[in-house]
Write a protein that binds this ligand. Structure first.
Ligand code: PSU
Ligand code: MN
Length: 308
């Protein structure tokens, strides 16, 4: 018996999709449990699922609930993840502890990838990936997300890294580990709340079809590992990078926030600052995620096509 199966519950909808080769799009749950406040977290998570279904694919929101690895949450389980206070934010190191001890954990990009590949899911959508943090040369703070993207056959659609990262160092790290980075209709690496970062991307592709073809070619060539699709925030929510940088500086100086603490909700803190500064923040975060879900679903439909 495959020993893995004893830990995993796959929803009926996802099982059926896998069976019929209907594209499945994985969604993380840290954004639900740790990044966005209630009720916006619940609304956004349900809307993301609806967008995927509306485009003819199947969503698989991922989490561990009472030790069970869940691939595809019910609406009630999404509500549970949106309202529970003691959810663990899981990176790779946390997953065995949470499962073995019947705890509840939300998936980051790193654990979403680990769980998605258990079911052969090929596309994951998120708002922003973790990466190399500002001052990482002193703190060693590099997200596990990067290693999981680098070593698993999955396409991750995002709007760049979370706002607080060192974008240049994150891109260097991705290059070293062989991650193919594709800009969707952009020549620049997006910077989460800002569509422009000043860092040029080597590859710009303008259609989901070209992206899907590139991903399939990478895997056909035996080049295992992930592809990162960078999708800029929609224009109407775009914030000036200098305004965001000012907000990050303010947040970092405010020691009462403990923004550097591994378990603090950096993005939620930033959302709050940006909300005060420009009225955006959470609204922008919700908008970019839904925009990524739309693109991720279109890309998934290409990746799952068998007629190339
Ligand atoms: N997007 C955000 N804020 C976040 C995250 C995403 O705007 O906090 C989450 C994602 O789940 C991502 C994780 O995978 O943070 C990375 O956390 P860390 O840097 O601790 O590895
Ligand atoms: Mn970290």
């Amino acid at each position: 018996m495959n020993r893995l199966l004893q830990y995993v519950d796959i929803s009926y909808e996802v099982v059926e999709a896998i069976d019929k080769n209907i594209p499945v799009v994985a969604l993380e749950s840290t954004v639900i449990s740790h990044v966005m406040p209630y009720p916006q977290n619940l609304e956004t998570a349900l809307e993301c699922e609806a967008i995927i279904r509306g485009l003819g694919a199947v969503p698989a929101t991922l989490a561990v609930i009472d030790g069970r690895i869940k691939i595809g949450l019910s609406d009630e389980e999404i509500r549970f993840m949106a309202t529970q206070p003691n959810v663990i934010k899981m990176s790779r190191r946390d997953l065995p502890v949470v499962v073995a001890n019947k705890l509840t954990g939300a998936t980051t990009v790193a654990t979403s990838i680990l769980i998605a590949v258990m079911a052969g899911i090929k596309v994951l959508v998120t708002g922003g990936i973790g990466g190399v943090h500002i001052n990482a040369q002193e703190t060693f703070d590099i997200s596990r997300d990067l290693q999981e993207i680098a070593t698993n056959n999955i396409c991750v659609v995002c709007s760049g890294g979370k706002a607080i990262l060192d974008i240049g160092l994150t891109m260097e790290y991705l290059e070293t580990h062989g991650v193919t980075v594709l800009g969707y209709q952009t020549d620049e690496m997006p910077a989460f709340y800002s569509s422009k970062s000043g860092y040029r991307l080597d590859y710009r592709l303008d259609t989901p079809e070209e992206i899907g073809k590139t991903i399939k070619t990478k895997w056909d060539l035996g080049l295992d590992g992930g592809v990162l699709v960078a999708n800029p925030i929609p224009d109407e929510y775009n914030m000036d990078r200098s305004d965001v940088e000012r907000a990050i500086e303010k947040a970092l100086e405010d020691t009462s926030l403990n923004i550097k603490d591994e378990h603090s909700d950096e993005t939620m803190i930033l959302d709050r600052y940006l909300q005060e500064e420009s009225g955006l923040g959470l609204v922008a975060n919700m908008a970019l995620l839904k925009n990524n879900v739309k693109l991720g679903t279109l890309v998934a439909k290409e990746v799952y096509r068998v007629d190339y």
